[in-house]
Write a protein that binds this ligand. Structure first.
Ligand code: SAM
Length: 317
């Protein structure tokens, strides 16, 4: 319609979604149907309206009807059990699983309660972070080692604690570097360190030393009984790499693979080809609206964890 009509008459402009139709009749029907059913009495059973997708943090649970067996496929036993409490718990779990695997974006902006987060976490595999001080490009595109910095230990540990990363591996095969790490950790984890800075003490409990990527993988396998999915990060990936590049909307699909997840971060000039070759996926670089792309690894970890696992509060204003 003429823009002037909208500008002059409309109090509210609505869009049904990011797609284009050939006229206003279908949107009008969809609009009416989705809103009218919320008026008490329009739908026979008010509970059906209250317990459906988008009313809370979860999509609707899977529904089953009759017959109890169809084409050899049975209605889950629990649904037929008649135990209302068990059925309610099962439905909530199934709803959470479906949401986390298919619509993590909805969950993360739905202002979930602590209880909902607890249920959701059952379907989010354990996450790990590795900071590589070895197997990285150093000067003149040579692969080598870098020094551990105290800031990267505790700042990244704080990010890891915020997003509930199970362990943060600091990876260096160099004995002197491991000693430095050990010295810091021993102090920060001591009673004296705890008294001096309790939140740092809490965060650094997640830090684990490792000598190389294989050591990280072994430690995760030992803990989880499964190999992790390795997701490597970089400010820019070379075009030639034959790896799947995932984006910040891929977490549900990755979670549904049911394996622990390891994010690998580099130092110096970034992860070596060897680390990239071992990765299952590469994460698309973080980009801003400028040509500058030299984030500190601390910032990169924080941004990536927030986009991947963050609860993104949505205000009603
Ligand atoms: N030139 C290096 C590269 O392309 O990866 C930058 C190294 S940066 C100092 C250290 C690490 O921070 C990187 O290996 C990567 O893990 C992370 N990082 C830095 N900028 C990033 C970005 N824009 N997107 C994703 N990760 C980034």
């Amino acid at each position: 319609m003429d823009q002037r009509v909208e500008n002059y008459y409309a109090d509210l402009v609505l869009s049904l979604g990011d797609y284009v139709l050939m006229g206003g009749d279908l949107p009008a029907q969809v609009f009416l149907e989705s809103f009218l059913r919320l008026i008490p009495g329009v739908v026979g059973k008010q509970e059906s309206v209250e317990a459906e997708s988008f009313n809370d943090s979860f999509l609707d649970y899977p529904e089953y009807g009759l017959p109890t067996e169809w084409n050899g496929k049975k209605v889950p036993e629990i649904v037929q059990s008649g135990d209302h409490k068990k059925i309610a718990d099962w439905r909530r779990k199934k709803a959470a699983e479906k949401t986390i695997h298919n619509r993590f974006d909805w969950f993360s902006k739905s202002n979930p309660s602590k209880g909902e987060i607890m249920v959701a976490k059952q379907f989010i595999p354990n996450h790990y972070v590795a900071l590589m001080h070895t197997d990285v490009f150093v000067k003149n595109d040579m692969v080598g080692n870098t020094s551990i910095t105290s800031l990267d230990i505790h700042d990244i540990a704080r990010s890891c604690a915020t997003y509930d990363i199970t362990n943060y591996f600091i990876v260096s095969p160099l004995e002197d570097q491991q000693k430095i790490l050990h010295t810091f950790l021993t102090f920060w984890r001591s009673e004296e360190g705890k008294e001096y800075n309790q939140s740092r003490f809490d965060a650094v409990t997640r830090v684990v030393p490792a000598i190389d990527l294989q050591d990280v993988l072994n430690q995760i396998k030992e803990k989880e009984g499964k190999n992790p999915i390795i997701i490597s990060t970089s400010a820019r990936f070379k075009d030639t790499e034959k790896k799947i590049i995932i984006d910040f909307y891929s977490q549900g699909r990755i979670f549904s693979l049911g394996r622990p997840i390891l994010f690998v971060f580099g130092t110096a000039k970034g992860l070596s080809d060897n680390v990239i070759a071992q990765s299952n996926f590469l994460l698309h670089p973080i980009v801003g609206m400028s040509d500058y792309n030299h984030l500190s690894v601390r910032s990169a970890v924080a941004i990536i964890l927030d986009r991947w696992l963050g609860i993104n509060y949505k205000s009603e204003w």
